[in-house]
Design a protein around this ligand. Structure first.
Ligand SMILES: *[C@@H]1O[C@H](CO)[C@@H](O)[C@H](O)[C@H]1NC(C)=O
Ligand SMILES: *[C@@H]1O[C@H](CO)[C@@H](O)[C@H](O)[C@H]1NC(C)=O
Ligand SMILES: *[C@@H]1O[C@H](CO)[C@@H](O)[C@H](O)[C@H]1NC(C)=O
Ligand SMILES: *[C@@H]1O[C@H](CO)[C@@H](O)[C@H](O)[C@H]1NC(C)=O
Ligand SMILES: *[C@@H]1O[C@H](CO)[C@@H](O)[C@H](O)[C@H]1NC(C)=O
Ligand SMILES: *[C@@H]1O[C@H](CO)[C@@H](O)[C@H](O)[C@H]1NC(C)=O
Length: 509
């Protein structure tokens, strides 16, 4: 979930080598999307879901670096809508990012045209509705930003491209969930896990008695596919795996990684990963694709889809492939630490990713951000960061800034937790223009937290158990940490995990 006080919008401070000989204007691509309710029964119960152009999940936005996207969105829901282009670094029109801090929501029945450039980035991202808890009902879909032809990709062209959404799912509507979250009940455990909007393949007798449609991915023996896997859920970390198949991690949220095989991967809410998967098994039967809940024991069933070779003669066999030990946060942390940037791979530009030496940049500002567990503040259950529960203003921050409207927000977000009563406020970080910021997230709650820094990527330089201290800096990875837009802080009893991140950032707004 988005952390509202951290509406960082950045312009690049990286001086890229310029590409000669490509002076042609960046192309424009036009879309017309209608967002509306559909009826679906992903877990066997008929319910309203949010679709785009009649699809749930929505269509894939498949574009190439530097294209200009002109996206006319019609809101046919019965409430305001904002679509956010998660992980897309809005360098040209930073206010077009579809979050409350920058955009006004599209009123019900209206349409509005987003215009943005997918500038200097590549990789796998996804869009989703950013307000009103609507993501709990869908409205999400994939974003693929392809390399320009002249920029090499650090692996052979895959034989196919598969986008998978894994998510926790509730049979309650997002409107009902919204009320629950603000009331005493809280969110509660999900009713199941979906893969691409489908419920689980009936892998147990109990599920078989109440069979519901499940997802199937058709493949050819011997071929290699790029699986882009997104956790589009609300609250649940998921472990992703494919029976008998290795996941060769190649990219995450726009960073090419050091290529390593994993048998499974913990994917936290909001995160995106690309794996190359080679169909190197006999293929005489189907295989399970599994997304199982992590660190919670209350979810009834895992998400299960089917990988079907064209040569398959029958259903997937045996039990689901083993997950990591249920509550093993050490495993999860070590796995997250093992994800490294391939410094020599070129990303969106010809100069290699490693040429931006983030470890040598002087930090301008340091923020230690501690989340508080939800508590009743002014009549509602609210979570806090450094003792502040953020309230979005009716005037977007960017407009207030642009037109010098005073009283919309306060530039007083504290650099450290304050010893005072929690409060509700529109408190914003007063950042340094073209600064380079270090943010330490410390989790004081008992559940995993996922932080997304909208409109930018940051380097995940370290994470560990316990309390962060100044000495923790000696363990930072200042060489090949991966740059991404979404990271998590796990918990491990108390004191809990903390996560250090260092931001390569331009302006704060
Ligand atoms: C995306 O578009 C490119 C052409 O620009 C095409 O080669 C590729 O197959 C498309 N990918 C998907 C997943 O549709
Ligand atoms: C609404 O859609 C119409 C028809 O597609 C288009 O002409 C108009 O520019 C759109 N309005 C906005 C504000 O995007
Ligand atoms: C890193 O990227 C380079 C350049 O594209 C590629 O040749 C190499 O195989 C990659 N190495 C790893 C370990 O992923
Ligand atoms: C990953 O596993 C595949 C087999 O599934 C193997 O062919 C490949 O060499 C492995 N790659 C790495 C980098 O370990
Ligand atoms: C807002 O204030 C700044 C600095 O005082 C000034 O340069 C700018 O012109 C003002 N903008 C508007 C729209 O009044
Ligand atoms: C924000 O920071 C700048 C630079 O440190 C400072 O000059 C300015 O007074 C601060 N603004 C507020 C409202 O605190």
């Amino acid at each position: 979930m988005r952390c509202s006080p951290l509406h960082l919008r950045c312009i690049s401070v990286v001086v890229f080598l310029s590409v000669t000989g490509t002076l042609a204007a960046d192309p424009y691509i036009f879309f017309d999307w209608t967002v509306s309710y559909l009826t679906a029964s992903p877990l066997g119960t008929r319910q309203q879901v949010i679709g785009i152009n009649g699809q749930f999940p929505g269509p894939i936005l498949n574009v190439t670096t530097n294209w200009n996207v002109v996206m006319n969105v019609k809101n046919n829901l019965d409430e305001p809508l904002l679509l956010t282009w998660n992980g897309i670094q809005q360098r040209k029109n930073s206010w077009q990012d579809g979050v409350l801090g920058t955009n006004c929501p599209i009123p019900a029945g209206w349409n509005w045209t987003y215009e943005f450039q997918v500038k200097d980035q590549i990789g796998s991202f996804f869009y989703f509705p950013s307000t009103n808890f609507q993501r709990a009902s869908g409205g999400y879909g994939g974003i693929i930003v392809n390399n320009r032809e002249i920029i090499p990709v650090p692996f052979a062209r895959p034989d196919g491209d598969v986008t998978l959404f894994i998510s926790d799912w509730y049979t309650k509507s997002h409107k009902k969930l919204r009320k629950d979250v603000e009331g005493k009940n809280g969110l509660g455990p999900p009713d199941g896990i979906l893969i691409n909007g489908f419920g689980p393949f009936p892998y147990t007798r109990e599920l078989a008695s109440n069979a519901i449609p499940f997802g199937t991915i058709n493949v050819e023996p011997g071929k290699t596919y790029r699986f882009r896997v997104h956790n589009s859920g609300i609250a649940t970390s998921l472990n992703f795996r494919i029976q008998n198949h290795n996941l060769l991690l190649v990219e995450t949220e726009g960073s090419y990684t050091v290529q390593q095989n994993y048998t499974n991967m913990d994917i936290h809410v909001g995160q995106s990963f690309s794996f190359l998967v080679t169909m190197d098994q006999s293929g005489s039967n189907d295989y399970y694709i599994v997304a199982s809940p992590r660190f919670v024991t209350s979810v009834k069933a895992s998400g299960v889809a089917i990988l079907r070779y064209s040569s398959s003669q029958g259903p997937a066999l045996g039990p689901l492939p083993d997950p990591p030990a249920e509550l093993d946060t050490f495993f999860s942390m070590n796995q997250a630490r093992s994800i490294r940037l391939n410094l020599s791979a070129g990303a969106a530009r010809p100069n290699p990713q490693g040429s931006f030496k983030y470890g040598q940049i002087t930090v301008t500002d340091v923020y230690v951000i501690v989340n508080g567990p939800p508590e009743m503040i002014e009549g509602r259950l609210r979570a806090t960061l450094n003792g502040i529960s953020y309230i979005p203003p009716s005037t977007p921050l960017k407009l207030a800034q642009q037109y010098n409207i005073s009283g919309v927000y306060k530039l007083d977000f504290p650099k450290r937790p304050m010893n005072r009563h929690p409060r509700v406020d529109t408190s914003v970080i007063n950042g340094t223009f073209k600064g380079f910021v270090e943010i330490i997230f410390q989790n004081s709650d008992t559940t995993v937290k996922s932080y997304h820094l909208d409109g930018y990527a940051f380097f995940v330089v370290g994470m560990d158990f316990g309390l962060w201290t100044e000495n923790s800096r000696s363990t930072y990875n200042k060489g090949d940490a991966v740059a991404r837009s979404t990271t998590c802080i796990l918990v491990h009893g108390r004191p809990s995990w903390f996560l250090w991140t260092m931001l390569a950032c331009g302006t704060f707004e």
